[in-house]
Design a protein around this ligand. Structure first.
Ligand code: CA
Length: 383
């Protein structure tokens, strides 16, 4: 049995940096989705995969041991370096071992198995909404648009020790494995993912098509996909990479913008964490910025999280855009979750989302030949 791999990562259409990272060093494959601002997110995901890869090459420990060590390394760096304090990352790793696949997983990136015409998620999302689904409080469909969907309950680097999910799968010829970050699954449905994976026999083409589909759907987040095809052949024939690209994410320009976090907001976010911890949840706030709607109905950038556990507001309005009515923007399918808050990793990301919204609104007005009936009072710019 041999494995052919295809892999791709993309910054998406909105973000200013790529905090995703992947590893494709057969027989070891992994994806990681960093969080905690541009610098921190990128450092966390790369550091985690570097640690796993180095231990693997030295033959140290099991895959789960390697992920636990990656957690300690990211946690230490986060504690020692103020520039990246509070960073974290997801990590979903797969090791091909003969006819089996070992998985180790933390966070909300995913591993899927496509076998005999059905796509099955192998990993469990460590998210607040997944807990709510399991508790029967919301449906899986509701989870995909829930305002808390970006709150992860477990991430590497946030605590000195974390539990790592482990499992093994017996591989069959014809199986396909997908490792991906939420920039794919947040934009493309599982039915679409399956259709795309079935549309080509080439794992690289498959990975590329998945990225394109996520970008066509809006590309709001960084997108990463690693596709493994299990083919007939000798045991030792495990081979990877139908592409000669750098096996890590392209390093994008890192914005110079610092993180000017106001004490009050830090306090509010701490209150959120404490409140949710008091509810028995070990919470890690995935994102501290979002685009939403102000009380006056305009698009606005908020710092904090779009959640109100126990009725406590966890965010503060930073910038209100009086040329953009929330209702106008939310009428676009892409932005229909605006009233619940579209999360971003930084202020710059949030502002970039607003810029894209404005461009989309202006384009639509131009197509319609003039201001739409619900045109904003102060928006005079019609091309
Ligand atoms: Ca992500």
């Amino acid at each position: 049995m041999r494995v052919l791999a295809g892999f791709a990562t993309d910054i998406g259409r909105v973000r200013q940096g790529n905090e995703d990272c992947f590893l494709a060093e057969s027989p070891l494959f992994a994806v990681a989705d960093g969080m905690g601002g541009h610098r921190g997110g990128e450092v966390a995901s790369h550091l985690a995969l570097d640690t796993v890869e180095a231990m693997h090459l030295r033959g140290e420990g099991t895959l789960a041991d390697q992920v636990r060590e990656a957690n300690r390394v990211v946690y230490l760096r986060s504690s020692e370096d103020r520039k990246v304090a509070g960073m974290g990352t997801t990590l979903t790793a797969a090791l091909v071992d003969g006819d089996g696949l070992h998985l180790a997983h933390v966070g909300d990136s995913r591993a899927y198995l496509l076998r005999a015409g059905s796509l099955r998620q192998l990993t469990d999302d460590h998210t607040l909404v997944n807990r709510m689904v399991k508790a029967g409080e919301i449906t899986r469909e509701e989870a995909t648009v829930h305002p808390h969907r970006n709150v992860v309950t477990r991430a590497l680097g946030t605590e000195p020790e974390i539990p790592v999910d482990e499992q093994s799968v017996a591989l069959l010829e014809g199986d396909r494995i997908l490792l991906c970050t939420d920039g794919l699954t947040g934009m493309v449905t599982e039915d679409q993912i399956q259709a795309i994976m079935e549309s080509t026999d080439d794992p690289q083409e498959s990975a590329d098509r998945l990225i394109r589909a996520a970008n066509r759907a809006g590309g709001i987040d960084n997108i990463t996909a690693v596709v493994l095809d299990v083919r007939e052949g000798s045991d030792e024939g495990t081979e990877a990479g139908t592409v000669s690209a750098n096996p890590r994410s392209a390093v994008a320009a890192i914005p110079k913008r610092g993180s000017l976090r106001k004490a009050g907001v830090t306090l509010l976010v701490s209150v959120a964490v404490l409140t949710l911890t008091a509810l028995g949840l070990r919470i890690y706030v995935h994102s501290q910025w979002y685009v939403g709607v102000s009380s006056d109905g305009y698009v606005a950038v908020f710092q904090g999280v779009p959640a109100t556990p126990l009725g406590i507001h966890l965010s503060t309005l930073q910038t209100e855009y009086k040329d953009l009515l929330g209702a106008d923007v939310a009428s676009f399918d892409l932005y229909k979750s605006l009233p619940n808050g579209i999360t971003a990793n930084s202020r710059a990301d949030a502002e970039a989302i607003v810029t894209q919204m404005r461009a989309d609104v202006v384009t639509q007005r131009a197509i319609k030949g003039g201001p739409s009936p619900t045109a904003t009072p102060s928006a005079g710019a019609v091309p």
